[in-house]
Design a protein around this ligand. Structure first.
Ligand SMILES: Nc1nc2c(ncn2[C@@H]2O[C@H](COP(=O)(O)OP(=O)(O)O)[C@@H](O)[C@H]2O)c(=O)[nH]1
Ligand SMILES: [Mg+2]
Ligand SMILES: [Zn+2]
Length: 275
C-alpha cells in the first residue's frame, strides 16, 4: 500500500491512503538516508496493529523551510487591499517558483475592496493572475479548477485571506486568524507544514512562505535566471549582474519595480553568511 505523508509530528507520520488516514511510524531499525517529509510518497506495510513506512519513493522536488516534497504548484496569495500587496514579496516568491520550476499562480483576494494594478504587471510577465473576492461565491469554481489534482503550496502574508480560502475549499470551518497562528507570527521558527486533501482531488498546504531565499540561491549570477523576463534576454557580457555595468542590455528592458526587486534580492544573496 502506498500513501502521501500529510503531517509529521513527533515521529508519527500521518499518511493519506486510498482507504483513509493512517498514523504510521518508521519500520524498526529502518536505515534511511533521509527521513520522510510532508508530501512524500511512501510504501507502507501493516504489521499487527501498526502501519509502518518501508520506503520513500523518489522525490520530484524537495523544498526547504518549510520542508515539503513533490510540490506541483505555488499559489502566491495576496489581497488587493488590507493589507495592500507588496511587489517585493511577490517577486521573491516568483523567484522561488522559477527556481523550483513550479507552476506559479498569483491571486489577489478582496477584489471587493480595491482594484489592484499590480495584477496587470504580473499578467504582462506571463503569470496566471486571478482577482477575486472570497465574499463572492460565483468566482469560486475557477479557483477550484486551478487546484484540482495538484499539490499546491499557498504562500503569502498574513491577513490576506489564506485561511478563509482553505476553509471554503475544504468546505469546513477552521478558525480564521487562529490564536496559535498569531502567537507564532514574527518569530523566525518554521511553522509545521501540513497537506490538506481536497475533496475534488489534489492537496493544499498553507505555509508561512519561503523567506530565506539565500538558502537556495547562492550564486548571484544565477538570480536573473529566476526572473522570467530576463530569461529571454542575452546580455552582451558573459559575466554581468546587470547592475552598474556600462552598456548592460538587460537593465533598461526590465520593469522598474521588478528591477528594484532584482537589485534587493541580489543584495540579500550577496550578504549571505556561511552557515
Ligand atoms: N473584504 C474582504 N475581506 C476578506 C475577504 N476574504 C477574507 N477576508 C477577511 O480577511 C481577514 C483575514 O483572513 P484570514 O483568512 O484569517 O487571512 P490569513 O491570515 O491569510 O489566513 C478575515 O477577517 C477575513 O474575513 C474578501 O474577499 N474580502
Ligand atoms: Mg491564516
Ligand atoms: Zn547585463
Amino acid at each position: 500500500m502506498n500513501g502521501v505523508v500529510v503531517k509529521v509530528l513527533a515521529g508519527i507520520y500521518t499518511v493519506c491512503t486510498e482507504t483513509g488516514y493512517l498514523n504510521t511510524v518508521l519500520k524498526g531499525r529502518l536505515k534511511l538516508d533521509e527521513y520522510p517529509v510532508v508530501g512524500d510518497l511512501v510504501k507502507l506495510e501493516r504489521t499487527n496493529d501498526l502501519t509502518v513506512i518501508l520506503e520513500i519513493l523518489p522525490r520530484r522536488n524537495l523544498l526547504d523551510r518549510p520542508r515539503i516534497a513533490n510540490i506541483d504548484q505555488l499559489f502566491i496569495f495576496n489581497a488587493a487591499a488590507l493589507p495592500s500587496p507588496q511587489n517585493y514579496l511577490i517577486d521573491r516568491l516568483t523567484v522561488l517558483g522559477e527556481y523550483w520550476k513550479l507552476k506559479t499562480v498569483i491571486g489577489f483576494n478582496k477584489a471587493d475592496l480595491n482594484r489592484c494594478h499590480l495584477a496587470d504587471s504580473y499578467r504582462l510577465l506571463g503569470y496566471r493572475v486571478y482577482e477575486f473576492s472570497l465574499l463572492k461565491e460565483q468566482e469560486f469554481s475557477e479557483l477550484k479548477s486551478i487546484l484540482k489534482d495538484q499539490i499546491t503550496v499557498l504562500a503569502g502574508p498574513s491577513g490576506v485571506g489564506k485561511t478563509t480560502f482553505v476553509n471554503k475549499i475544504l468546505e469546513q470551518n477552521r478558525k480564521t486568524g487562529m490564536v496559535s497562528e498569531k502567537t507564532r507570527r514574527g518569530q523566525h521558527t518554521t511553522r509545521e507544514v501540513e497537506l490538506l486533501k481536497l475533496p475534488f482531488g489534489g492537496y493544499i498546504a498553507d505555509t508561512p512562505g519561503f523567506s530565506r531565499l539565500d538558502v537556495y540561491i547562492t550564486d548571484p549570477y544565477s538570480l536573473s535566471n529566476c526572473f522570467v523576463e530576463m530569461q529571454g534576454i542575452k546580455c552582451r557580457f558573459q559575466n554581468c549582474l546587470h547592475l552598474k555595468e556600462p552598456d548592460c542590455q538587460v537593465r533598461d528592458k526590465i520593469d522598474p519595480l521588478r528591477y528594484q526587486s532584482y537589485v534587493e534580492l541580489l543584495a540579500e544573496i550577496k550578504e549571505r553568511k556561511p552557515w
